[in-house]
Ligand binder design. Structure first.
Ligand SMILES: [Zn+2]
Length: 383
């Protein structure tokens, strides 16, 4: 069952993004830019004013009738905490209501999940105490690569983290003493576009986000709602099978999209090209992209093949879902000039009617989308 709150969240995230970027702004201007109904805008604005997230300022000139009042973000009212749990490292950041990241720290993700989360909470507590002792924190948003039970903030299963039935919300809330909201990393990444994406896309209702990290996840906003499926969040399309006899995936099955187009897949491909069987070369995605940008043939070849597979998956999804925009995020977007033409050609070649394949495929607006997306997730507290 799709929760009504998801619809609200999208509209409110979009609306806050617009107020933040264009403040001071009137309700009428918001209606014009977003295409939302005045009634919808009024009810969201009133709620956000009551919660202290925005405030009404000076009156603008009247164009006949009542003078409009301008809306502003109440940036200093409270801060939010964003936590991005990654396979190798976990990053946490402090943000104000203007979406500005004021502080960011990383720790290595390691050990048993309960123990790690307690340690993470302790580290965060120390930082908040020493640097933000006088500040009120409204909430924390947590992004996790895995299937989640959204209502209880539990990670049901994360093949990449190797976590099962982990009560992330409970553990962190107990230690951090603030409301905690947990979201799948690709869904958080999709939110990062609503929060930081270009304003000229503010009316976009259907967006497909492809998050390429150690694994590969997808976040889908469809007809203005985050698509969460029927139960425990949504696994996304990362485990859609592209090669029935392909390599074994972290999920235990063969030939998932993730085994062909994720960061791990790209690194493994590069190692095969380098005949690095005993693992003597350690390479990260950053290294491979840097090598490719300097013209290294094997790094370029590894990325090109990844782009082919990205295109293959996107083609099928885009053909069926018909999104207005497809966003590709993760470090791979740093090789956009190399991968974009390959992805676009692939997508075009797979369309039943090639002339309608005018789909907009672009790189992410932010560098670590699952971290930036955790900020609007935290703001759910006000929705
Ligand atoms: Zn899989």
């Amino acid at each position: 069952m799709v929760d009504i709150h998801d619809i609200r969240n999208i509209n409110q995230t979009v609306l806050l993004h617009l107020i933040r970027e264009r403040q001071p702004i009137s309700r009428a201007e918001i209606a014009k830019m977003t295409g939302l109904r005045p009634g919808t805008i009024s009810s969201i604005v009133n709620r956000l004013i009551r919660k202290g997230v925005i405030y009404e300022g000076a009156e603008g000139p009247s164009s006949g009738g009542r003078k409009p009042t301008y809306l502003y973000i109440n940036a200093e009212n409270a801060y939010v905490l964003a936590i991005d749990i990654g396979v190798r490292d976990t990053v946490y950041a402090v943000s104000d209501f203007n979406g500005r990241i004021l502080k960011q720290k990383a720790i290595v993700t390691q050990g048993k999940p309960q123990k790690f989360l307690s340690y993470l909470a302790l580290e965060i507590e120390k930082t908040l105490k020493s640097d933000y002792g006088r500040v009120k924190f409204a909430a924390a948003g947590v992004s996790v690569p895995g299937l989640i039970k959204r209502d209880v903030g539990e990670v049901t299963v994360s093949p990449n983290l190797e976590w099962n039935n982990t009560p992330v919300k409970n553990i962190l809330e107990e230690k951090l003493k603030m409301p905690v909201f947990v979201e799948n990393d690709a869904n958080a990444a999709a939110f990062s576009e609503l929060w930081y994406g270009p304003l000229d896309e503010i009316k976009v209702k259907t967006l497909l986000y492809i998050l390429v990290v150690d694994g590969l996840g997808t976040g889908l906003i469809i007809n203005g709602e985050l698509h969460v499926g029927s139960q425990i969040g949504l696994g996304g399309f990362g485990h859609m099978c592209l090669e029935p006899n392909g390599e074994i995936c972290s999920c235990g099955r063969k030939g998932c999209w993730e085994t062909l187009a994720s960061e791990s897949a790209t690194i493994a491909r590069y190692h095969r090209l380098m005949n690095n069987r005993n693992g003597s070369i350690t390479t990260s995605m950053t290294d491979i992209i840097a090598l490719a940008n300097r013209g290294d043939e094997k790094a370029t070849a590894a990325l090109r093949t990844t782009a082919e597979y990205l295109g293959e998956g996107i083609a099928s999804l885009a053909h069926g879902l018909s999104p207005e925009i497809v966003v590709v995020g993760g470090e791979i977007s740093g090789a956009w000039n190399l991968i974009a033409p390959i992805i676009r050609d692939k997508v075009k070649s797979r369309y039943l009617i090639p002339s309608i394949a005018k789909i907009d495929i672009r790189p992410a607006s932010v560098q670590r989308p699952s971290l930036f997306g955790a900020i609007p997730i935290a703001l759910q507290n006000f929705f």
